[in-house]
Design a protein around this ligand. Structure first.
Ligand SMILES: [Mn+2]
Length: 500
């Protein structure tokens, strides 16, 4: 699929690749790699960005110079542009300048953030990937082009992934881990990684950390207007303060407040806090541990007249702190016994016998969505494949108790084809050709009712995150163990359960 898409894009001939405003290493690295690939296919491709600010971060300027990347800060697209590709952002979203399109030009979107604009034939959006560099890398290799053999592309992609994953510590998808194995130049990456701020900026961060208020379990820090990247720097420090479950560092920009949010305990998920603070007044999102957001002055005015923006944000934090009901698995007083009973509908999943993929006693790594698992192949080890391509090992005995073989294959069209790697030779084999469908045995019966107010549920089986939901979503507990409770989204619940 990769080759076909890239080939098709190249056919447009004159192409502008647009990075998001206030470009970071990921959008630059991904855009540059894409540009090099399109050039190799004979297209004319330029790398551009809009917005108010020039690239000024020292490590980014160094990246541009050392990898010889040409990127232009422009006020409009070249007249002869036939195709505009936005990378690491979605045309129409708030973080990317909306250039007027030259006549007859088309738009293509390549991004790894959650879809903000309607998806269509002209988008490749993979929110499961930790960086846009990963996505571009998966699209450009092949047909005489190898990122690993091009020093500039290889390091641009690698550094994009590196900076979007906190130094490779937040790799998510197996493809991210594959990209992290590219042969980068370690001296270059080390130099870039240690050139994040100027001395003056360090002072500004220090001032922001002094300008604070603690509201409930959240620290709120105000910085002087600055490069938004610095906010993340400050929040990474602030989140380490004992006694706070999360922090928000913000500064004013010409159009509104820019927020950087960090979680430091299970009680607060950064992406959810970001969405809450910005709801109806801008946009916010990210991951469980780190997120960002923007609140527009105009939207605040629309909601609250002349309430100062600082007060608006403070009120939102107060609302958040006072808003949620918390339910801890095994330590709650919810009366599940009085709720109606539901039965879970049986949905097929996949399984493969590890000994079919590699011979008995081979040391293998199973590369899954959640991380790498090391084990040894054998007749007693089966692999389960879930509906998202997630894989986990299961003992044959347990499998036979819990599932019945349904006949037929499984896994067509999964977003990621899971693989098993022979640890001795590095050989990698896809699991799917060996995968067959099976059905869970026996009935799963639960008690459930729709939630009346916003609730967080801290479950047994995910010790890092919580479920949260609002009116209409379902609070669910397994019949037989009311301690094992969780929240299921309204539509998914109606799709997966039936009343008993
Ligand atoms: Mn990115």
């Amino acid at each position: 699929m990769g080759d076909m898409t890239i080939g098709k894009l190249a056919e447009y001939g004159r192409i502008a690749i647009q990075c998001h405003d206030i470009p970071d290493a990921d959008t630059i690295g991904a855009g540059f790699a894409l540009q090099r690939r399109l050039l190799s296919l004979g297209a004319e491709a330029s790398l551009v960005y809009g917005g108010r600010a020039d690239i000024s971060k020292p490590n980014l300027l160094m990246m541009l110079e050392d990898l010889d990347i040409e990127i232009s800060h422009v006020a409009s697209l070249p007249e002869d542009t036939r195709l505009l590709i936005t990378v690491d952002c979605q045309r129409g979203a708030g973080n990317v300048q909306h250039f007027e399109l030259p006549e007859a030009a088309e738009v293509f979107v390549i991004d790894h953030h959650r879809a903000e604009t309607p998806e269509g034939a002209n988008t490749i959006i993979r929110p499961g990937l930790a960086s846009c560099a990963t996505l571009v890398w998966s699209l450009i290799d092949g047909d005489g082009f190898s990122s690993a053999d091009d020093y500039r592309v290889c390091n641009a992609l690698y550094y994009g992934l590196f900076s979007d994953t906190n130094g490779l510590s937040e790799l998510r998808h197996p493809l991210d881990r594959d990209l992290a194995e590219l042969p980068c130049d370690p001296a270059l990456v080390r130099k870039l990684n240690n050139s994040a701020v100027t001395l003056d900026e360090l002072g500004l961060i220090g001032d922001a950390l002094k300008n604070r208020e603690v509201i409930g379990n959240i620290g709120l820090f105000r910085a002087e207007p600055c490069d938004p990247n610095l906010l993340g720097f400050a929040s990474d420090i602030a989140k380490q303060v004992v006694g706070m479950d999360g922090c928000v560092v913000y500064c004013a920009q010409p159009q509104g407040l820019k927020l950087s949010i960090r979680s430091s305990a299970r009680e607060i998920m950064a992406d959810e806090l970001a969405a809450f603070l910005c709801r109806g007044a801008g946009s916010g999102g990210g991951s469980v541990e780190k997120a960002g957001g923007f609140i527009g002055f105009k939207q605040i005015e629309g909601l609250h007249g002349d309430l100062p923006a600082d007060d608006f944000l403070r009120r939102r934090v107060l609302d958040y702190v006072g808003n949620y009901e918390h339910i801890y698995a095994g330590r709650h007083s919810v009366d599940f016994g009085s709720m109606p009973l539901f039965r879970k509908l049986a949905r097929p999943v996949g399984f493969a016998k590890s000994a079919d993929i590699f011979p008995d006693r081979t040391k293998i790594t199973i590369r899954t969505l959640e991380g790498d698992i090391d084990t040894v192949s054998g007749d007693d080890v089966y692999l389960m494949v879930g509906i998202l391509g997630e894989v986990y090992p299961i003992l044959r005995e347990k499998f036979e108790k819990s599932y019945v073989v349904a006949g037929g294959g499984y896994g067509e069209g999964l977003e990621y084809a899971p693989a098993v790697i022979d640890r001795a030779t590095g050989e990698r084999r896809s699991i799917l050709p060996f995968t067959a469908a099976c059905l869970p045995q026996g009935e799963k019966v639960v008690r459930a009712k729709p939630l009346e107010r916003d609730t967080k549920v801290f479950s047994y089986w995910d010790m890092e995150k919580y479920f949260y939901g609002g009116g209409g979503d379902f609070l669910v507990a397994n019949e037989g163990d009311y301690g094992d409770c969780y929240i299921v989204r309204h539509d998914i619940f109606l799709d997966s359960y039936e009343a008993v």
